[in-house]
Design a binder for this molecule. Sequence first.
Ligand SMILES: Cc1cc2nc3c(=O)[nH]c(=O)nc-3n(C[C@H](O)[C@H](O)[C@H](O)COP(=O)(O)O)c2cc1C
Length: 325
Amino acid sequence: MKTRLTELCGLQIPIMLGGMYLVGRAELAAAVSEAGGLGTITSKTLGTPEALREEIQKIKALTKKPFAVNLNLFPSTTPTPNQAFIEVMAEEGVPIAETSGRSPEDILPLLKEAGIKVIHKVPGIRYAKTAQRLGVDAVTVVGQETGGHPGMSDVGTLVLVRRAVQELEIPVIAGGGFADGYGLAAALALGADGILMGTRFMATKEAHVHPHLQAFLQRATENDTLVLQRSIGYPSRVGKNAFAEDILKREEEGATLAELLPLLSGKRSLAVYFEGDMEAGIFSLGQSVGLFADIPSVKELMERIVREAEEALKRLQTIFGGDGP
Ligand SMILES: Cc1cc2nc3c(=O)[nH]c(=O)nc-3n(C[C@H](O)[C@H](O)[C@H](O)COP(=O)(O)O)c2cc1C
């Protein structure tokens, strides 16, 4: 397959693994890259430049194909040493960075100097245009279906992707709500250069999360997520459990940031992801969780997605009176 994304990053398939705090480790990212997509490791999970270097060396041992490192620019009570991370990325020859959370303006010169391509992820057209003006190489737009941070505007992926394609000259990656080849075909039909997935990749053999969480992912429908943190201006789509429903209730009752922060802590999420205690805390999850019910290997999944996209194309060509691909 050939799009501006595959050309920019040297991929065979225009599918990217989005950065996933705690989940996006070298094994998963390498599997995505090996299958022809773009795997991403998440620097915030590693915490220190030394640990990030080890993880980069690990992924380089697992694949010779291109991969990305996610740099987290979200406001946080535990700020990440992004400048030191970028130095490590430059020294280790990381080809691509995924940035998200706020404008990458302050770190962009450092990344450009190091020859690192930048894909900036945004939940709205305004931010996408700013990122293009600043000189990023590609933009990912995520609609409100997305796992993680959908932004405050509640615009869905269908509209956002088409709007991004209308407004931007640089490659556009569509994110939020994609889990199969029908979604890939739809994104390409809208004019996007590829798709980004998070939730779907969490339900693969290479994602080392607890079997209880993967069982939840298999069972869950599109109604099993909810959006927290609207009250503090940083919406976050998470899996629906009693813990998350309680936070939502507290937000509706006017809880302060100080009251909410301990509940939103990543430490609690560790118990969900790795101990399988599904009520211990919150975990990011997108509505795309309703689109699948199995745990394939990344290779099986990516091959299936390409097959499904071809099926979708064939169906369209039948509708339009052609013979199909
Ligand atoms: C468990 C999980 C953790 C995530 N962590 C991050 C993160 O640390 N940084 C980031 O930019 N996006 C993060 N995201 C968002 C994903 O990179 C991606 O944008 C999103 O999952 C796409 O929507 P989908 O879940 O419908 O595929 C996370 C998503 C999930 C599901």
